[in-house]
Design a protein around this ligand. Structure first.
Ligand SMILES: *Cc1c(COP(=O)(O)O)cnc(C)c1O
Length: 395
């Protein structure tokens, strides 16, 4: 095996601080370990940060978003529009409802769902659209919600990458029926595993709260805080409530989220400046957008991505791929018979994208090292002259 370099830059480091540990300790010393006062506090805080009426904390993005689709009654015979370039959870929840995910290609500049191509994917069976705010940059929700209104479709925003981003002054949850978040280990704020729904639709709030806990009419904290009352079962629900142990870790991370974003923005701008100067392409943040800067990705030369992944790892740099186009993955390929070229932009990005370390505790020295390694490898692997169809800095 080749000797690894002495420098090591991990892909991700969480940003838990002393105040988070104290909040957790307070919970561990209290009566409530399951969903109780800390979860309630976090739910109210998240809704208020986003300017929405209700927050509902769940065990993951996946359970949260699944509950929303169930509350809307989405099932067999229905279709839900999703981007081809996303994490598999986005289409998987549609399948778990018995419905069909209908993929839409990406826009070349950002990787986000190409809003212009949504309308032609709509059929009489379409019930909802799930836009994903990829890497933290919001989809054009003004345009998307106009299409949804015209065709009477529900909109669920996949905000697994974007709590703190804005576009033209609006935030996640403000131009849709519901927005779902992830607090998985590597997300913007984390408690290891967790998720939430934010909505201003009071009827949806009541339905998903019921579905979150077996369809029970009273939660554990309702039952605990007054004299015993019988609960009833009002619907066939699931088990997806977030515990106070997890919520305790989220409360102060959410308070710090805008300060952390400033630091991440600086790091991303540093990367962008260095890579632009060297002609290395990457997705663009559009005017009017403040990306939540969840992930920093760039595009390797065509056909050289995996070589570049290896090269970066040999230089001690943690990497990831976010994402390969979902319809190219075995399960979806075989289920729907998608051949190559069906979603050309998502496939191209999916074959060239690499995510590199970018988080609040990444030192300037490490960021410089990462940028230098990217540029050196890119120059070595770039075909001469650049072949046509290449993702280029001038896209
Ligand atoms: C992480 C992620 C999810 C799933 O989140 P979980 O909390 O792990 O269920 C969904 N969509 C996108 C785009 C993600 O990155």
């Amino acid at each position: 095996m080749e000797k690894l370099s002495k420098r090591s830059v991990p892909f991700f480091k969480h940003n838990l601080q002393e105040e988070d540990f104290l909040e957790l300790q307070d919970t561990l010393k209290s009566v409530f370990l399951t969903t109780g006062p800390k979860t309630k506090r976090f739910e109210e805080q998240l809704a208020s940060y986003l300017g929405a009426k209700h927050g509902i904390a769940c065990t993951s993005w996946t359970t949260a978003a699944f509950l929303v689709l169930k509350a809307w009654g989405i099932g067999p015979g229905d279709e839900v529009i999703v981007p081809a370039l996303t994490f598999i959870a986005t289409p998987n929840i549609v399948l778990h409802c018995g419905a069909k995910p209908v993929f839409v290609d990406s826009e070349a500049l950002t990787g986000n769902i190409d809003v212009e191509q949504i309308e032609k994917a709509i059929t009489p069976d379409t019930k909802a659209i799930i836009p994903v705010h990829l890497y933290g940059q919001m989809v054009d929700m003004e345009k998307l919600s106009a299409i949804a209104k015209k065709h009477k479709l529900k909109v669920l925003e996949d905000c697994a990458h974007c709590i703190e981003g804005t576009r033209d002054g609006y935030r996640p949850g403000q131009k849709s029926d519901a927005a779902c978040f992830s607090f998985y280990a590597t997300k913007n704020i984390t408690c290891g595993e967790g998720g939430a729904i934010v909505t201003s639709d009071s009827e949806l709030n009541e339905k998903v709260r019921l579905l979150r806990l077996h369809g029970m009419s009273l939660s554990a904290s309702d039952r605990y805080t007054s004299t015993y009352k019988h609960w009833d079962m009002l619907a066939l629900g699931y088990k997806a409530n977030l515990s106070d142990i997890q919520s305790a870790l989220l409360i102060h991370q959410l308070e710090r989220i805008d300060t952390v974003l400033k630091k991440k923005e600086e790091l991303c701008q540093f990367y962008e400046k260095k890579l632009s100067a060297a002609g290395v392409p990457f997705p663009k943040v559009l005017p009017g957008s403040q990306s939540a800067r969840h992930l920093f990705t760039f595009w390797a030369p065509r056909g050289k991505r995996d070589e570049m992944l290896t090269g970066l790892q040999e230089a001690g740099i943690g990497v990831a791929v976010n994402f390969r186009s979902v319809p190219t993955l075995k399960f979806y390929r075989e289920r729907y018979g998608y051949g190559p070229g069906k979603f050309p932009v998502a496939e191209k990005i999916g074959e060239q994208t690499i995510t590199v370390p970018m988080y609040v505790s990444l030192s300037q020295e490490d960021a410089s090292y990462v940028a230098d390694q990217i540029i050196a490898l890119y120059k070595r692997l770039q075909p001469q002259p650049a072949s046509s169809g290449e993702l280029t800095a001038s896209l």
